[in-house]
Design a protein around this ligand. Structure first.
Ligand code: MEV
Length: 316
C-alpha cells in the first residue's frame, strides 16, 4: 500500500487585539470547531501536485493557487531533501471558507508542515512547524504577526504578542461563541497595509490604541479564566470601537454587530482582519441557539463554536 500521512489543524477567531498585534500589542485568539485536513500520499510516478475538491496544481510551478501550501511544502523539501522516487500528492480539504477571517491559510500552513514533516520521517518540533508555517502565512498576508499560526498549532485559547510569543490559557468554564460570516471575502494583506497607513497618519494616537489593545487582551484573558462573560463581552465591544476607528469595519459588519447587540448579546466585534470576513459574538449562554437562529436568517453561514483544545493533530 502507498504511504499516506494526514494531519489537521483548526481555524481561529481573534477575541481581542487583531491588527494592533502586528504593531506589538498582546492579542487573544482561540481555535474553532472548523478544521483543515492535509493528506500526503506517495505517487510511484508523475509530478508532485497539490489537489483539492475541484482543483489540481503542480507543486513546482506557481500558478497563483494553493500559495500557502506550496510555499510550506517547498520549504520543508528544501530543509529535508527531495522525495526519492516518483512524487507526492498533497490533498487539502477544508471546512473553513477562505477569506472569512477564520484562519484558513494558517490552518493550511500548519497542517501541511505537520503532515509533510512526518511523511519525510522528521519528528516535528512545534518551534520548527511554527517557523515553516510562517513562510506560508507571509506568502499570503505579507506581514503577519504569527497569532493565527500559533492558534492553529496549539489550539485552545492563546495569549500572544510578537515579543512574548504564545501562551495557552486554560479556562474553568467552557465558552461558546457565535461566528457570523458576512459573506464578503477579502485579503488580509490589504487590510494590514491600510492600518499601516493609519498608523503613519496618527502615530501617537495609534500607539495609545496599541497599548489599549494590550490592556484589553490581558483583561479578556482574566475575564475568560474567571468565566466573567459580562466583562468579556464589554471588552469585546470596546475592541470593536478601536477597530472601527482604524478603518477595518464596514456597513455590513456594523450591521451584524448591531443586530447581535439588539438581541441582547454580551459582546460583538470583527474577528481577524475585517473589511468583510466575520464577526464574533459572545451570546448569553442560555440564548446562544436562539440568537444563531435569528442571525442565520440573514447570514446563513453562521455557526456556534466552542474553543477546542486540539491544535495540530495527526490523523489515521
Ligand atoms: C488576522 O487574523 C489578524 C491580523 O492581526 C493579522 C496578523 O496578526 O497576522 C489582522
Amino acid at each position: 500500500m502507498n504511504k499516506k500521512i494526514s494531519a489537521s489543524a483548526p481555524g481561529k477567531i481573534i477575541i481581542t487585539g487583531e491588527h494592533f498585534v502586528v504593531h506589538g500589542s498582546y492579542a487573544v485568539a482561540a481555535a474553532i470547531n472548523k478544521r483543515v485536513r492535509v493528506s500526503i500520499s506517495e505517487m510511484k510516478n508523475g509530478e508532485s501536485c497539490i489537489v483539492s475538491q475541484n482543483s489540481r496544481s503542480s507543486l513546482k510551478n506557481d500558478d497563483g493557487r494553493f500559495q500557502a501550501a506550496r510555499k510550506v511544502a517547498q520549504e520543508v523539501l528544501e530543509r529535508y531533501g527531495k522525495i526519492r522516487e516518483g512524487g507526492i500528492e498533497l490533498e487539502i480539504s477544508s471546512d473553513i471558507p477562505p477569506g472569512s477571517g477564520l484562519g484558513s491559510s494558517a490552518a493550511v500552513s500548519v497542517a501541511t508542515a505537520g503532515a509533510l514533516l512526518k511523511f519525510l520521517g522528521v519528528d516535528p518540533r512545534n518551534e520548527e512547524i511554527y517557523e515553516i508555517s510562517m513562510k506560508g502565512e507571509t506568502e499570503i498576508h505579507g506581514n503577519p504577526s504569527g497569532i493565527d499560526i500559533q492558534a492553529a498549532l496549539l489550539g485552545g485559547m492563546v495569549l500572544f504578542s510578537k515579543g512574548a510569543g504564545a501562551k495557552t490559557i486554560s479556562l474553568d468554564r467552557g465558552l461558546q461563541l457565535l461566528v457570523v460570516f458576512s459573506g464578503q471575502s477579502r485579503k488580509t494583506s490589504n487590510l494590514i497595509r491600510k492600518v499601516g497607513v493609519r498608523k503613519k497618519q496618527f502615530p501617537a494616537f495609534f500607539e495609545c490604541l496599541t497599548e489599549a489593545a494590550s490592556c484589553l487582551s490581558l483583561d479578556a484573558v482574566e475575564a475568560s479564566i474567571r468565566g466573567d462573560f459580562l466583562r468579556l463581552g464589554t471588552l469585546m465591544n470596546v475592541a470593536q470601537t478601536s477597530l472601527s476607528w482604524i478603518g477595518v469595519s464596514n456597513p455590513v459588519l456594523d450591521e451584524i454587530v448591531e443586530l447581535a447587540a439588539s438581541h441582547d448579546a454580551l459582546g460583538a466585534k470583527i474577528t481577524g482582519a475585517g473589511g468583510g470576513g466575520s464577526v464574533v459574538v459572545l451570546p448569553r449562554p442560555e440564548s446562544a441557539a436562539a440568537l444563531l437562529k435569528r442571525i442565520s436568517k440573514k447570514y446563513p453561514m453562521s455557526f456556534i463554536t466552542s474553543i477546542p483544545q486540539e491544535g495540530l493533530k495527526w490523523e489515521r
